[in-house]
Ligand binder design. Structure first.
Ligand SMILES: Cc1ncc(COP(=O)(O)O)c(C=O)c1O
Length: 421
């Protein structure tokens, strides 16, 4: 590394330094757990981002399904600014203004417009929402009945318990021993799930669409079958809606596509449109398993985050965000399926993955970024798209054109050497 002192490192340089083979770790202020970033973003508005050199990008990733209303949404910005001037934090020892209102709004969303009869615990992230769900399941199950059954390829977070729930063994290895009490089954295979259920099982935890695992939707038969098995055996049916929740898939929650009624629903990401907030909703009779003092957080449900969530939920309702995700998602998927070198497009609403035909997804995502389109390679052969739910037809056309060009140029660059040789 050639930079002379930490003061002279820009965030991009610092991040690069952290992961470069010659990294001067003493001088680098950031831990090396993230890869080197290609750009530094300094501003966002609607579906557009600007980098530190003034280049503009169309954001079809939304900070990993977070900024569903687009960047710097005026209603969210106003709510956050107003709240910041009035009251930021007092702790959960005291009542604050928005959390009851937001909990009621979430309960209505879980009930698809009518009260679902649940209660909410607020926290700060998706992993924390799942931690709350796992602790609730253990509390409801009692000692000896603590196992949570999850699917392979699932993603539930990076804390130790949610990492153990995550069905990706390659992510476990470095951190053994993980907390015990998690069992994994093949995705969308009801018979295997049934075989995994014994009287140590407290809950089943599934995503309606596996987001990080490659955008793999559940089938209706699977979710309905899981619900039936859970009811027959008095096991909690818990749904991780951290990525799929809050209109992303074309319904308020992904499970609503399958006409099931889970006992516990976790969410985060889009709830604050970028302000960190997570929530664990549970049917009131399930939530009753928690006694006073069983679970807590310093920041969860504090006024700044709940002010943002209140503005997000009001805006989503006003613009009928689920319908927008459904309609725009259908148009986007149809356009993507027609592209050369696209084998398939899967997903629900505006959570989509484009399966490439013989082209590596990593280089395509990098080429997209160079050409002003933000997407990510969710597997080695698939590009994930999770644009803001507020995008218009013109943004769909712009993204599809850019993606088509980038797929083509990567495909050509791979073919070129063997043709010329
Ligand atoms: C389905 C799902 N659950 C949990 C998480 C973890 O959320 P967080 O990163 O906010 O802890 C994620 C993050 O991508 C997710 O997609």
């Amino acid at each position: 590394m050639t930079t002379s002192s930490s003061e002279t490192l820009s965030p991009v340089e610092a991040h690069r330094a952290a992961v470069s083979p010659e990294a001067d770790l003493e001088r680098c202020p950031l831990m090396p757990n993230y890869g080197p970033p290609a750009v530094q973003f300094v501003r966002g508005e609607g579906p557009y981002l600007w980098d530190s050199h003034g280049e503009v990008y169309l954001d079809f990733l939304s900070g990993l399904a977070v900024t569903s209303l687009g960047h710097s949404h005026p209603a969210v910005a106003a709510a956050v600014a107003e709240q910041a001037h009035r009251l930021l934090h007092v702790s959960n020892l005291y009542a604050t203004e928005h959390n009851g209102v937001v909990a009621t709004m979430l309960d209505q969303a879980v009930g698809d417009g009518t009260p679902a009869g649940g209660q909410v615990f607020f926290c700060n992230s998706g992993a924390e929402a799942n931690e709350a769900a796992i602790k609730l399941a253990r509390r409801a199950g009692g000692h000896g009945r603590h196992v949570v059954v999850c699917a392979f390829q699932s993603f539930h977070g990076r804390t130790l318990a949610t990492l153990a729930a995550t069905g990706q063994p390659q992510k476990w290895e470095a951190f053994q021993p993980l907390p015990e009490g998690f069992r994994h089954v093949v995705w969308n295979d009801l018979e295997e799930l049934e075989r995994s259920l014994d009287d140590t099982v407290a809950a089943v935890l599934l995503e309606p669409v596996q987001g990080e695992g490659g955008v793999n939707p559940a089938t209706v038969e699977y979710f309905q079958g899981v619900e039936r098995l859970c009811r027959e055996r008095d096991i909690l049916f818990m749904v991780d809606e951290v990525q799929t929740g809050l209109a992303r898939t074309g319904r308020w929650f992904g499970f609503q596509h399958f006409d099931v009624s889970p006992d516990v629903v976790t969410m985060a990401k889009a709830l604050g449109n970028g302000v960190p907030i997570g929530a664990c909703w549970a049917k009131a009779e399930v939530a009753a398993a928690f006694s006073r003092g069983d679970h807590a957080t310093t920041y969860g449900g504090q006024p700044l985050a709940t002010a943002a969530a209140r503005a997000v939920l009001s805006t989503m309702k006003a613009i009928d965000a689920p319908r927008r995700a459904r309609e725009t998602g259908a148009a986007l998927a149809e356009a993507l399926r027609k592209l050369p070198k696209v084998a398939d497009c899967r997903g629900l609403g505006l959570l989509l993955a484009v399966e490439l035909d013989g082209v590596e997804a990593g280089p395509v995502a990098a080429e997209c970024l160079k050409n002003g389109l933000v997407v990510n390679a969710v597997t080695s052969s698939a590009i994930r798209l999770a644009p803001p739910l507020t995008i218009e037809e013109s943004h769909v056309a712009e993204a599809v054109n850019k993606l088509a060009g980038c797929i083509e140029s990567v495909a050509e660059s791979v073919v070129a050497p063997s043709e010329s040789g």
